[in-house]
Design a protein around this ligand. Structure first.
Ligand SMILES: Nc1ncnc2c1ncn2[C@@H]1O[C@H](COP(=O)(O)OP(=O)(O)OP(=O)(O)O)[C@@H](O)[C@H]1O
Ligand SMILES: [Mg+2]
Length: 638
């Protein structure tokens, strides 16, 4: 299995959208209904005005039908209303109140729907991302993943909660407004509607342009934040190399480009609003003048004239919005595709019937070969000028797809490695930097997946490919070469993987790691806060925290990947002595550059460029006079 495979679980953006919207559908449904109610109630107002002007004030026969018509006739027609104007006022107030209630529920339902949707999206994305294989994380930039989980999620939310619902509302509004207008005067309606397609098209094209501009701004923002993130993470390096002014200049350049892209966007928007207002103004002018002519000729009453103008005014906004909504839909399409890429990436999957064998057993590496996958180079934030040069389509394609990893291009990091680690024994692995030691351990832990044709690793005769991954990792404790501490207290970091935290246990583990004394000297002891990534600790202290963390778990297999490199020789010796006591029946793998660290191992394996150069016990290897001997001689004090 290629660990960075993608599936077509969600083969279209729409299927993923349907999946996400499952829990919030009823809220959105209710929001649509209430928004329709709002629209219908809004449409009442011009009717009331027309009725008041023509029938109540002007004394014209009321053309009310149905229930309202009967009611009016019962109480004595418009003449009665003229003397009892408060009835009209109550009616208007009732309509307004109903409108307000509907608006409230529309907003509430819409908010609930979108927050539920966004929460589901975030939860599922996060859950998926933390289960994706390490190789996937190596191949994808953190900043990019974060952007997909934040701004792309937000774009999808806006699309559903604002644009789609608006689209429905506006369509209904336009539909009914046109019907009501045509019932007032057909000719005038044709005049009003004539410009509608023009405005929609104009708005659509403009917003497509604006959308492209927005994407550039987004891209610039992504680059800017990626740069800041990298610099803040590497703030020590920036300081140590005195790169502040260089970095500031680089930031300044990007910041200026970012600003320029915003200004460009704002200029476009300014043109759009100004011309849009002008075209809408023209349309109003047409209606007002034609309507006035019709009024003078007696084809239109004053009330109808006012109502018509109100309906027309109601149309102006929605029509312009329609163009915008249509054009922004493409943006949501891109975002959902970018999210789909993550959701379609294959999580670490266990075999069908996983096993949980006894782990205090022999570990056998059989003809293990491994090459890392290579990825086409990631887009760098180095070239600010190339923004916008690529065509929109290219950008969209790049956003949706990700480079496929290629394994075969790379040379083997490990070649035909075979050896056995008897249960309970201690094995040392020695080798130059880059000889494949860490890779070997990550394969054993299945952080890296051994390809089918790459040999096999067995524990107690069971291929690790068939062992439940969580079980395997729980039983193999690796002190990583670069330990990573979380922000929190020292005790929390040591007890990271244990459910219960007893200070005595924490201290016992720290004692073996020769760390207890040091920790107790800190002003707050084990309650000392270690900053983000443990920045407040020295390299050796971090390593010993990581060792204590593993010892607390007491896994049956322990791996120390160069874990004593940052402690002095004396502490090294102390830890090893304590460990020997502690780990009598634990299988221990010691990786080191220093021969003194692993010379007492039951067996020492010397790796050279991914192959086993020699193996045996310390004395044998010395006698052989090979690579081990050479390293030994180099490390003897002159
Ligand atoms: N994620 C990766 N992608 C591609 N190549 C990698 C990756 N990680 C390591 N390598 C390469 O694999 C080779 C072996 O790396 P590995 O980390 O196993 O060496 P090592 O023996 O642990 O070295 P050291 O003693 O410096 O820790 C190196 O040449 C390294 O460049
Ligand atoms: Mg290593």
């Amino acid at each position: 299995m290629q660990p960075t495979n993608t599936t077509q679980k969600y083969n279209t953006g729409r299927s993923l959208l349907f999946h996400f919207v499952k829990g919030s559908k009823r809220f959105f449904g209710a929001a649509v209904l209430f928004s329709m109610a709002v629209t219908v109630l809004d449409l009442f107002n011009p009717k009331i005005i027309a009725f008041t002007v023509d029938s109540v004030i002007g004394g014209k026969e009321a053309d009310l039908h149905g229930f309202l018509g009967d009611l009016l006739a019962d109480i004595g027609g418009p003449a009665y209303l003229r003397t009892h104007l408060y009835i009209l006022a109550v009616f208007v107030a009732a309509v307004a109140l109903l409108g307000a209630v509907s608006r409230y529920f529309f907003r509430l339902m819409n908010a609930k729907g979108q927050e539920k949707l966004v929460r589901k999206m975030r939860d599922e994305l996060y859950d998926h991302i933390i289960h994706l294989p390490l190789t996937w994380h190596n191949a994808n930039q953190t900043g990019d993943i974060i952007q997909r989980c934040t701004s792309d999620v937000d774009t999808v939310r806006r699309f559903l909660a604002e644009q789609l619902i608006n689209l429905m509302r506006v369509t209904i509004l336009i539909f009914f407004a046109i019907i009501f207008m045509s019932r007032i005067h057909m000719g005038l309606t044709l005049v009003a509607v004539a410009l509608v397609p023009v405005i929609i098209l104009y708005s659509f094209f403009f917003h497509s342009r604006i959308g492209q501009s927005f994407m550039k701004v987004d891209e610039m923002e992504g680059r800017l934040s990626a740069m800041v993130q990298e610099n803040l993470t590497g703030v020590r390096v920036v300081r140590a190399f005195g790169r502040e002014s260089y970095e500031k200049e680089r930031f300044g350049k990007f910041n200026e480009l970012f600003m320029n892209s915003w200004v460009r966007l704002m200029r476009l928007l300014a043109i759009f609003w100004a011309t849009g207002d002008f075209v809408s103004g023209l349309q109003v002018l047409l209606i007002v003048s034609f309507g006035a002519v019709l009024c003078v000729r007696g084809d239109l009453t004053a009330g109808e004239y006012i109502a018509f103008i109100s309906y027309n005014a109601m149309l102006t906004w929605p029509v312009r919005m329609l163009g915008r909504v249509i054009s922004e839909m493409s943006k949501a399409g891109i975002s959902i595709d970018r999210i789909r890429y993550i959701m379609n990436s294959v999580e670490e999957l266990d075999a069908e019937h996983t096993q949980t064998p006894e782990m205090n057993a022999d570990i056998v590496f059989e003809h293990v070969s491994y090459a890392y996958e290579s990825y086409p180079e990631q887009e760098k934030a180095e070239d600010p000028e190339d923004t916008g040069k690529r065509k929109k389509k290219d950008r969209e394609e790049a956003a949706a797809q990700k480079p496929e990893p290629k394994r075969n291009e790379n040379p083997n990091v490990l070649t035909d490695v075979s050896f056995t680690i008897p249960a309970g024994s201690t094995v040392g692995i020695l080798g130059g930097t880059g000889s494949g030691k860490s890779t070997l351990m990550h394969l054993m832990d299945r952080l890296l997946e051994l390809p089918e044709d790459g040999g096999r690793i067995t524990i107690g005769g069971c291929d690790i490919r068939n062992i439940d991954r969580a079980y395997l990792r729980k039983n193999i404790g690796i002190v990583l070469q670069e330990p990573y501490l979380f922000s929190g207290t020292l005790a929390e970091n040591i007890a990271l993987t244990s459910e219960r935290m007893e200070l005595d246990d924490v201290r016992a583990a720290a004692r073996v790691a020769a760390f207890d004394e040091t920790a107790m000297k800190f002003s707050k002891g084990y309650e000392t806060y270690v900053g983000e990534r443990g920045v407040t600790l020295s390299g050796g202290q971090k390593q010993r925290t990581a060792i204590a963390q593993m010892l607390l778990r007491k896994p049956p297999i322990m791996v120390f990947d160069d874990s004593l490199s940052a402690v002095d020789a004396e502490t090294d010796a102390k830890i090893r002595a304590a460990l020997r006591e502690e780990s009598r029946d634990t299988t221990t793998i010691l990786i080191a550059h220093r021969i003194s660290t692993l010379m007492h191992a039951d067996r020492i394996i010397v790796l050279d460029h991914g192959r086993i150069a020699e193996s045996g016990i310390h004395e044998e290897l010395l006698e052989k006079g090979g690579l081990y001997r050479k390293i030994y001689d180099l490390q003897q004090p002159a």
